[in-house]
Design a protein around this ligand. Structure first.
Ligand code: F6P
Length: 555
């Protein structure tokens, strides 16, 4: 079998095209005539309960999607990934984030390396360091324990850790918190350090490559801030600057040689491997800030949650396989029902950074227009992921999902138990909240007919404005509570959904060449921004006029 397979040549793709030409989904009717629909399309994956029944799927569509999985050899590709084949073809690398969460007694040797032993040796080192910081044994240069961990990174070295930190704040050790600096906008570092005590701050410089402009710039700026703040306090009468950097800066990287060049003691550097993509790295050493603030035990539970879904994905039959089905449904919507975007709507304020995290995971992975063999694709790839926590989104953009002209598949996520058991008089606030969660997917699926609107006494001229068509597809994902384990499962679920889509589209979901041109041009343009007229003169007229505006207005 030649990989990648052009999906459009498969019998399943043809079958789906034929179904789509005459497809008139009617969720009201489907639910009315099939009392088992909810139970048939509801599945368990680890501790997640996933209801797919409000999707625009019937038995014909499902059968064709499953056939598509076989036609593109999804099973073979899953095994290739889990076994460490170099499926990241443009970078000639294995893709083994699943190895980061293997239990210590698992076995996996890749390219001659005992991957499980390597992963657990590094985890032990991280956990040992985390324990020393948490207990106060690790002290800053003036002998004070650490109170704030500042992670400096960007993209995969930031979005995962910050999202998880926000999501699992209730698990943070009292008196210990984290902050995340990512943007090269000086506002980010400026705002994040302005009220920090340098004596109790530990900085983690996280960068897979240790070459990223934003991260190294921020790291130098924060190092200068820390040293000058300590200097002002007279600390360097008794200690030297190198000693302060040693006590207050650690690193996470695959390039440990570069860490040393920066002045960070390699003993205090935590490594990972080139087979971990940046956007798939929150469960590697990139999560060191989490292991410190949430604790090794919670971090280990987080990894168990990932592994639950890895096992489910690798071993479940297609009709019970949640990541496979969700990925295939996304292909159905994207390639056959003309959907362009995908909303992710967590009914949990703690997950407020989850959509942003998923944007990198899904869009950096699947925003490709050539196949893994370098051929142009003849079909759409990738989905634009976006979202906000409910109920805020309800009062902002849900109008368009309910009554707009576009098809927007949406994933709703909620938890049975709140962290905050607040009441409004007699009313349990979480019940009011979840009432909204259940109401939205019901409204989207079943809508409101003109007759129902009229029956409410609505004047005829505004009846149509108040009609809800329904048949807007949603997936509901629930768990008992937002625990570290559940969060690990949620992340792994979306990692594998992304993988499934990438396999069907025949693309390399693990490279990211599309970010390179902007980086290169930024380097070339910066001298013009600093006033170099020769470089400015070489620019196109629009870029030149924008830089001139900047130069004229910069005080
Ligand atoms: O520019 C994109 C990117 O390479 C992402 O893929 C990555 O997560 C991010 O930059 C940060 O890279 P690094 O961890 O090497 O600093």
């Amino acid at each position: 079998m030649n990989i990648p397979i052009d999906p459009t040549t498969t019998p399943a793709w043809k079958a789906l095209s034929a179904i789509a030409t005459d497809f008139h989904p009617n969720l009201r009717e489907w639910f009315d005539t099939d009392p088992d629909r909810a139970s048939r399309y509801s599945l368990a994956a680890g501790e997640l309960f996933v209801d797919l029944s409000k999707n625009l799927v019937n038995e014909d569509v499902l059968a064709a999607l499953i056939e598509l999985a076989d036609n593109v050899d999804l099973r073979g590709r899953i095994e290739a990934m889990f076994n460490g084949e170099h499926i990241n073809v443009t970078e000639d690398r294995a893709v083994l984030h699943t190895a980061l969460r293997l239990p210590a007694d698992a076995e996996l040797t890749v390219d001659g390396q005992d991957v499980v032993a390597d992963v657990h040796a590094e985890l032990d080192k991280i956990y040992d360091f985390a324990d020393r910081v948490r207990s106060g044994e690790w002290k800053g240069v003036t002998g004070k324990p650490i109170r704030t961990v500042v992670n400096i990174g960007i993209g995969g070295s930031d979005l995962g850790p910050v999202m998880v930190y926000e999501a699992l704040k209730p698990y943070a050790q009292e008196g210990l918190s984290a902050r995340y600096i990512s943007n090269i906008d000086p506002t980010d570092a400026g705002e994040k350090v302005k009220d920090l005590d340098p004596e109790t701050t530990l900085v983690i410089v996280a960068s897979k490559t240790f070459t990223t402009l934003e991260t190294l710039t921020n790291a130098r700026v924060v190092r200068d801030w820390l040293l000058s703040a300590l200097r002002k306090r007279g600390v360097f009468d008794s200690a030297d600057e190198a000693e302060a950097v040693k006590k207050h800066f650690v690193a996470v990287s695959t390039a440990l040689d570069k860490v040393e060049e920066f002045g960070i003691d390699p003993v205090n550097a935590f490594g990972f491997w080139n087979w971990v993509g940046g956007r798939y790295s929150v469960d590697s050493a990139v999560g060191t800030s989490l292991a410190i603030v949430l604790g090794p035990e919670n971090f280990a539970d987080f990894l168990v949650g990932f592994h639950d879904i890895d096992q489910h994905f690798r071993t479940s039959a297609w009709d019970k396989n949640v990541p496979a089905l969700m990925g295939l449904l996304n292909v159905w919507y994207t390639n056959f029902l003309n959907a362009h975007t995908h909303a992710v709507l967590p009914y949990s304020q703690y997950l407020h950074r989850f959509p942003a995290y998923l944007q990198q995971l899904t869009m950096e992975s699947n925003g490709k227009s050539v196949t893994a063999a370098g051929e142009p694709v003849t079909y759409h790839t990738g989905e634009v992921f976006w979202g906000e926590p409910g109920t805020n989104g309800q009062h902002a953009f849900y109008q368009l999902i309910h009554q707009g002209t576009r098809l927007i598949p949406a994933d709703f996520i909620a938890f049975a138990n709140p962290t905050w058991a607040l009441r409004d008089g007699e009313a349990d606030m979480h019940e009011l909240f979840l009432g909204n969660f259940f109401a939205q997917t019901k409204a989207l699926a079943f809508g409101k007919t003109a007759d129902e609107v009229r029956a409410e006494g609505t004047p005829e001229q505004i009846v149509s404005a108040r009609v809800f068509e329904g048949n807007k597809p949603t997936t509901s994902i629930m768990a008992a509570a937002l625990t570290p384990r559940v969060l690990g499962s949620l992340i792994a679920l979306y990692e594998h959904i992304t993988f499934v889509e990438g396999v069907v589209w025949g693309i390399d979901s693990f490279d990211q060449w599309g970010v390179e041109l902007g980086k290169q041009l930024a380097k070339e343009l910066t001298p013009a921004v600093a006033g170099d007229r020769d470089v400015l003169a070489k620019q196109d007229s629009s870029t030149r006029s924008l830089i001139e505006f900047y130069l004229d207005h910069r005080k």
